[in-house]
Design a protein around this ligand. Structure first.
Ligand SMILES: *Cc1c(COP(=O)(O)O)cnc(C)c1O
Length: 493
């Protein structure tokens, strides 16, 4: 099976090539040419399997130039980094289940893909006889940076450099990154906000002179963000896994359709749920939950995607996004693979910061997706109410999902069971969660972790324990124009 570009269907490459390229040569995103189908019996077969076996099963159907045995090896190696069960499903009340995706090394759902992706990258290099050293550059607003560092550290043939904005990551996120171990890692703060860091890193990829100097040293740049299919495809697996768990415990009948609720930023996680549905997972509705940056809610309401608007910093920072890159893949599929339309939309976006789709396309979107948003007050109320009614401590991102789902239920008459995706441990955003629950403000995030622990009795994830006592290995604060010089210095170019 091949992957093709959303902007030109004639550009086609093998899965391993798509993983190495990251993005298609015309700037489009790689999408599968066809969707492998899981029959009801295939889904039932997952019930008895471990998560690594479920992951390898799904990967092997999408990444057809990898074989099952090797994928199982990678999935098991990734699974070893998790604390117990990779993605437990908890029943919290009638018809509502929480799928916890935060038991990886960095306590956010990015680990689900970034723990296995490095093995896929290494194998893809072997398959394509690429013996360059791969230099992964990451600009991060918080969660991706640490998950990529943990995933790629000490991987043979790979170097990783992560840049985070000096203003704009939480104390916990910063400490997670600057204390990372491993010989092939580097971390620096860039003066400015996330856009500054992201733009500076993007410019490196277009810096012909630097790329030539890297090539002379046998090195090649690559990225680990969510437009790479190496991150997207592993995310499909946990939706099948959740369904298999519901079947196995007798909560649903085979073929019963469920709702899936996803707190959304870049549209990657919810797109993976849509791909699962395309591959045969019985889904009633996908619920796209946004925070106060509700550009997706407006898009699904009106058909217009308009980035000319205020940007808010919220208590769910990993969803503070105005350009949801993976929406391009969804619209490509919804429009029956209309690559000319996608080219037009993306050139409108580049020129005017906005685009609109036809009513026919919008109506098709609505068959699959219902969208809503939660403001900061809703998040606070939801964290408190959910703790009181279910005894469950939500993180701020997951609370957006829960709030939007309760609104949804108020407006429709449905009895579908719902899986709500929990994307982070509440400890990762401890200061806000503790404040919501207790009304006490603690500005030191490490103290907030301890306070939240004594308030709720919930175990602190291993990766966040004693974070303040670990050795800080990286303290560089650089100007955004100095990234190229840093790379040159580190690799003696
Ligand atoms: C990245 C992230 C999200 C958003 O996921 P997308 O795939 O970008 O939609 C939500 N919650 C947390 C905690 C995240 O780290």
């Amino acid at each position: 099976m091949y992957y093709m570009s959303t902007r030109n269907k004639n550009i086609k490459v093998a899965p391993s090539r798509a993983i190495l390229d990251g993005i298609a040569e015309d700037g489009g995103l790689y999408v599968p040419e066809e969707f492998p189908q899981f029959l009801r019996s295939d889904i039932r077969d997952l019930i008895e399997k471990s998560y690594p076996e479920r992951l390898a099963t799904v990967l092997s159907r999408y990444l057809t130039d990898f074989d099952f045995e090797e994928l199982l090896e990678y999935a098991e190696a990734a699974g070893d980094k998790f604390d117990g069960d990779a993605c437990p499903l908890l029943k919290v009340e009638d018809d509502i289940y929480i799928l916890e995706l935060f038991h990886g090394p960095t306590s956010a759902f990015k680990d689900m893909a970034l723990s296995v992706m490095p093995y896929l990258v290494s194998a893809a290099k072997r398959k394509n006889n690429d013996d360059n050293k791969t230099l992964i550059l990451v600009a991060t607003s918080g969660d991706t940076g640490k998950a990529a560092l943990e995933g790629f550290r000490d991987m043979e043939g790979i170097e990783i450099m992560t840049f985070y904005p000096n203003e704009g990551v939480s104390g916990i996120q910063k400490a997670q990154m600057t204390t990372t171990e491993g010989d092939n890692v580097y971390v620096a703060a860039v003066r400015g906000n996330f856009d500054d860091a992201q733009t500076a890193v993007k410019n490196i990829f277009c810096d012909k002179e630097l790329c030539d100097r890297l090539e002379k040293k046998g090195m090649k740049l690559s990225s680990a963000n969510s437009i790479n299919i190496g991150r997207l495809i592993p995310q499909i697996a946990y939706y099948f896994s959740a369904y298999a768990d519901l079947l196995g415990s007798g909560e649903i009948k085979s073929g019963e359709k469920i709702n899936i609720v996803v707190p959304t930023g870049n549209f990657g996680n919810i797109l993976a749920a849509y791909y699962a549905q395309k591959s045969g997972l019985p889904v009633n509705k996908l619920i796209c939950a946004s925070n106060r940056n509700n550009i997706l809610t407006d898009f699904f309401d009106t058909g217009e995607y308009d980035t000319n608007r205020s940007f808010y910093k919220t208590s769910s920072p990993s969803m503070d996004i105005l350009v949801s890159s993976n929406l391009e893949r969804f619209l490509f599929d919804i429009s029956k693979e209309d690559d000319a339309m996608i080219r037009e939309l993306m050139s409108d976006l580049k020129a005017n910061g906005k685009y609109s789709v036809s009513n026919a396309i919008l109506a098709r979107c609505a068959e699959f997706v219902a969208a809503g948003y939660a403001d900061e007050e809703d998040v606070k109320t939801t964290v408190c109410n959910f703790y009181e009614s279910c005894g469950y401590v939500l993180d701020t991102h997951t609370a957006v999902g829960v709030s939007v789902y309760y609104d949804y239920l108020n407006n429709v008459n449905e009895d579908a069971k719902a899986v709500i995706v929990a994307t982070a441990s509440p400890y990762k955003f401890a200061a806000d969660v503790y404040y919501y629950l207790s009304e006490f403000k603690v500005s030191d995030s490490f103290l907030a972790i301890k306070k939240l622990n004594s308030y709720t009795g919930l175990d602190i994830p291993e990766g966040l324990q004693d974070l303040d006592l670990r050795e800080q290995r990286f303290s560089d604060i650089i100007k955004k124009d100095d990234i190229a010089a840093k790379i040159a210095e580190r690799y003696g170019l």
